[in-house]
Design a protein around this ligand. Sequence first.
Ligand SMILES: Nc1ncnc2c1ncn2[C@@H]1O[C@H](COP(=O)(O)OP(=O)(O)O)[C@@H](O)[C@H]1O
Ligand SMILES: O=C(O)C1=C[C@@H](OP(=O)(O)O)[C@@H](O)[C@H](O)C1
Ligand SMILES: [Mg+2]
Length: 197
Amino acid sequence: MARSTDPDSASARQGRFVPARTVVLVGLMGSGKSSVGRRLAQRLALPFRDADIEIEQAAGQTIPEIFATHGEAHFRDGERRVIARLLEEPVHVLATGGGAFMDARTRDAITARGISIWLRVDLDELVRRTARRNHRPLLNQGDPRQILAGLMEQRYPVYADADITVDGGAGDVEEMTERVLKALTAYCQSQFPAPSE
Ligand SMILES: Nc1ncnc2c1ncn2[C@@H]1O[C@H](COP(=O)(O)OP(=O)(O)O)[C@@H](O)[C@H]1O
Ligand SMILES: O=C(O)C1=C[C@@H](OP(=O)(O)O)[C@@H](O)[C@H](O)C1
Ligand SMILES: [Mg+2]
């Protein structure tokens, strides 16, 4: 549960682009929020936070344990509180869990304080990537492809409200991080232009 980047690495940031707000990654399970988020934070020399890890630390339980002992509604309460707290922290890169942006209060908080980026990935790729591990309780309740397809229908119209959408699929984590960085830079230049001298 290491925190990847030194939060005070101001010198590492010198001359680099720094987003005006916390960069919040949203998207379905397996879209790469955690892995791309970690890499993006390194590229930006910003701290990285993963909401799922923070929830586990706060609860002293893993996510499967939280779902099993307290249920999904309890997990969602913790998720909302943890993300609200993280959004108060100085600018960083924040990977959310796939359900977080579906909560209206969390979505409003992210819209008010962050820059949201939807990592949009097709079903085949999500199925392939999530098959490697079994730590996602929602995917252990039936056929993962069917579950992911159902979640796509419910969630993609809401994820579409993110400030930026980046299509994933082709290429590895490094290439995806590069695409996200380009899209983020372009967005910030248009939304938060540097004051003229
Ligand atoms: N282009 C890519 N972008 C992101 N992840 C990728 C890519 N190609 C393969 N992967 C793998 O897919 C998995 C994505 O999982 P993760 O980062 O935990 O996603 P999420 O946090 O969105 O559920 C990781 O094992 C990662 O290494
Ligand atoms: O989509 C979801 O509802 C969930 C996604 C998971 O995070 P990842 O999207 O990082 O896998 C985790 O928060 C939990 O298992 C529920
Ligand atoms: Mg994740």
